[in-house]
Design a protein around this ligand. Structure first.
Ligand code: ZN
Ligand code: ZN
Ligand code: FE
Length: 759
């Protein structure tokens, strides 16, 4: 080959799909093309990024190889389609303005923790953004919480009121700058500012070190963050934490902590590799991890719990505050009791004035209230800030647009079209006007963001859920009622891309059954569209309905009545002094007569009953508290191998054995461990026989009870030994936060069935 022969040249058109808009993908393409000496163009369109490159074949090949592998941190490339083109022979490479053809695609991404580059600027005295609490770039910063509409451009964010100065504008318009098209780009000259105010909103200081000084002096602060307000105090201060608890009317629900850095987090909790990966991830969730015995935190932070919830700073404001304070802080939601967290200044000043002495405020509005996410390695307990609104794929495409309204507690909703399902941020418990309003507003907001016009609306079967009532009020849609535990099963199947039938052990507190009773200890067999009930926990009365959830001793009474066959079982000696004998009699009679005492097969209520029988808890301040206590004491006897009998998921014999052991003075840890072992063995054997009789090999374990790791691990191990494949929720919570995605999967699964009957 002669040295003067023309080198081989190519022109290739490529389409990149995935999360590639608003994440710096076009500048990445631009830089790469320039580096490799290629000509052509790149632009956004309604499906992602489209580009053409021309140059030496080797350079084009290298370009295509590095296109996805060197993509910017927030981009998620799902696929790259390429096509050979005729050479055009033109010079130069350009970024072409977006074509706004077709329907708006949603380039709205989750809020992302401050990146290392921005952090370096934040603490560099020579940088123009030194100590600027709103520093951000294309690779980090607020997104979902500030978006008002689409397309995702500055005028449709809460940054609309801040006009960029010349220097910020120049960064924003320079394809080679880290802030090219960073919509929230700002600086101290042109952007939002933060200040410290008193409870009457009067400015106390514009110097943020005043906030750290106040915290170190023992004050409680209300802090406006990314998705809402936090209440904060120094975590090691017994006085401040006790004050916060008293003023917030929060008896013993744990407070989350924010540690200045990983090192400080390690002094609070034992971090394994998986937990540390989550802690430093750009989603920056609250990570639950085993509390260190010598953790420098006040006793009142998480009374009686073996774990602490810890997160790292995720906004520049947090970084400044934590660096200035130099200590771990309590960062609990800015609310009183169980209300939704405050996210507007007026609301916060009104509701939190009696709790916080000072307010750390800023003038960048929060559009959508978004709580911190909560995770434990391999599971998510609350999927919200940092994760939402990234879509979760459906295994079967939705032929029509779907809205699923979710459950009553820990509500989320889901919108879906095609293979994408957008699960909402954590809305909360739909039991007051404020939360219902966030639910309605949130649905409208998501419909606009993702251009979804629901034709199918899925809902729970419970007629009294506000989410069900909302669904029934929507005009001109096809309604799909989904049984609660089937939704739990379908959510897990869909998340794992499974469309085949499987067995599901679905254990939770409450869910409306197809027979009108309260279910919650269910062995189901089903797929995305249909299910049958293959087994369930022996049902008992729930004396007082909701009162039985708050007062586990009522469940102990109901279970003892069934187990002993006595209408009025004797008050166990261990409960003497904890439960009034008269109340015990009344509740026993309610159970016997079946008055105000619905039937339930709830596994959550069985755990409550056992916790009460052990004398651990007769009353709870939040759902699951009794079970958490029972798991904690069982974990202290993890080596215990014996198990109480629970033939066919009938726990009457179990209850008799527990009652006898408690009376005999057997340590509570041993009893709790034997109980866990008994439930595990009974569940595994029920799943095995359902799998065998239906010719299936996969078992789903889901429902809020499976947040109990001891139980989950024991059952998983037994099922694996039996050669069964175990599926558990990973990207969505096992609790009711995952219900709306499951309802979506059921609606889509049913419409995919041949010969579908609607209604
Ligand atoms: Zn950044
Ligand atoms: Zn500026
Ligand atoms: Fe549930």
């Amino acid at each position: 080959m002669s040295a003067t022969a023309p080198r081989l040249r190519r022109r290739v058109a490529a389409r990149v799909e995935g999360t590639v808009q608003g994440v710096g993908f076009r500048p990445h393409v631009y830089r790469l093309a320039r580096e490799l000496g290629l000509s052509g163009y790149v632009r956004n369109d309604e499906r992602g990024v489209a580009l053409e490159v021309e140059g030496e074949a080797a350079a084009v090949n290298s370009f295509l190889a590095r296109l996805a592998s060197e993509a910017p941190p927030l981009a998620r490339v799902e696929r790259v389609l390429t096509d050979e083109r005729e050479l055009a022979g033109k010079e130069g490479f350009s970024i072409v303005e977006s074509e706004r053809a077709g329907e708006p695609r949603a380039p709205v991404t989750p809020d992302t923790a401050t990146c290392d580059d921005c952090l370096a600027e934040l603490f560099d005295p020579g940088d123009r953004r030194h100590r600027y609490p709103f520093v951000n770039c294309t690779n980090c910063g607020p997104r979902f919480t500030i978006v008002r509409g689409v397309p995702y451009d500055r005028p449709l964010t809460t940054m609309a009121g801040f006009e960029m100065c010349d220097r910020c504008r120049a960064e924003y318009e320079d394809p080679l700058d880290r802030r090219f098209h960073a919509q929230p780009n700002a600086c101290p000259v042109c952007g939002p500012s933060a200040w410290v105010a008193d409870a009457s909103a009067a400015v106390v200081s514009r110097d943020l070190t005043a906030a750290a000084d106040a915290l170190r002096g023992g004050a409680i602060l209300a802090i406006k963050g990314l998705g809402g307000f936090h209440l904060s105090c120094v975590a090691s201060s017994e006085d401040a934490v006790a004050q916060l608890r008293a003023r917030k009317h929060r008896e013993d629900k744990p407070f989350a902590l924010m540690a200045p850095d990983v090192e400080a987090a390690r002094s609070l909790v034992d971090l394994d590799d998986a937990a540390e990966v989550l802690l430093v991830s750009r989603e920056r969730p609250i990570v639950l991890a085993p509390r260190r015995l010598d953790a420098p935190v006040a006793a009142e932070v998480a009374p009686g719990l073996p774990e602490l919830g810890v997160m790292l700073p995720y906004s520049p404001l947090h970084h400044l505050l934590l660096a200035d304070t130099g200590e771990s802080l309590v960062m609990t939601s800015g609310n009183v009791s169980d209300e939704p967290i405050a996210f507007t200044d007026e609301d916060a000043l009104q509701r939190l004035a009696g709790i916080a002495e000072l307010f750390l405020l800023h003038d960048r509005p929060i559009e959508t209230r978004t709580d911190d996410s909560v995770v434990r390695p391999a599971t998510v307990l609350r999927r919200s800030r940092g994760y939402v609104p990234a879509p979760i794929e459906l295994p079967v495409p939705a032929k029509r647009h779907v809205l699923a309204c979710g459950a009553e507690l820990k509500n989320t909703f889901t919108l879906a079209k095609g293979k994408s399902a957008w699960v909402s941020h954590h809305i909360g418990d739909l039991e007051n006007y404020e939360t219902l309003r966030s639910f309605r507003d949130g649905i409208a907001h998501f419909q606009r963001l993702f251009a979804v016009e629901p034709e199918v609306v899925a809902h729970d079967l419970h007629p009294d859920y506000l989410s069900t009532k909302y669904a029934l009020e929507r005009d001109g849609v096809e309604l799909v009622g989904v049984q609660h535990h089937h939704a739990h099963l379908a959510a897990c199947l869909a998340e794992h891309g499974v469309t085949d039938r499987a067995v599901g052990a679905i254990f939770d507190g409450t869910g409306y059954g197809t027979d009108g009773t309260v279910w919650g200890g269910e062995i189901l067999v089903g797929d995305l569209g249909r299910f049958e009930r293959a087994g369930h926990l022996f049902p008992v009365r729930m004396p007082g309905g909701a009162a039985a959830v708050r007062e586990p001793w009522r469940m102990a009474c109901a279970w003892l009545a069934e187990a002993t066959g006595e209408g009025e079982p004797e008050l166990p000696p261990i409960l003497a002094g904890m439960v009034e004998p008269e109340s015990w009699c009344i509740v026993a009679r309610m159970a016997e007569a079946g008055v105000s005492a619905p039937m339930t097969s709830s596994m959550g209520r069985l755990f409550d009953a056992v916790a009460a029988l052990c004398g651990l808890r007769t009353h709870v301040n939040y759902e699951g508290q009794a079970a958490i206590g029972l798991e904690a004491v069982a974990a202290t006897r993890a080596g215990e191998s014996s198990a109480y009998p629970m033939p066919g998921l009938d726990a009457r014999e179990t209850i008799r054995a527990i009652d006898a052991d408690v009376r005999a003075g057997v340590p509570i840890g041993v009893i709790a461990a034997r109980f866990h072992n008994g439930v595990a063995a009974a569940t595994a054997s029920a799943c095995e026989s359902a799998a065998r009789s239906h010719g299936l090999d996969s078992v789903v374990l889901s429902g809020g009870v499976f947040q109990n790791r001891l139980l989950l691990e024991r059952i998983s191990a037994l099922l694996a030994d039996a050669g069964l494949r175990v599926l558990v929720p990973e990207r969505l919570p096992a609790n009711d936060g995952g219900i709306s995605y499951g309802q979506t999967a059921v609606a889509v699964g049913r419409s995919a069935e041949p010969g579908r009957v609607t209604g």
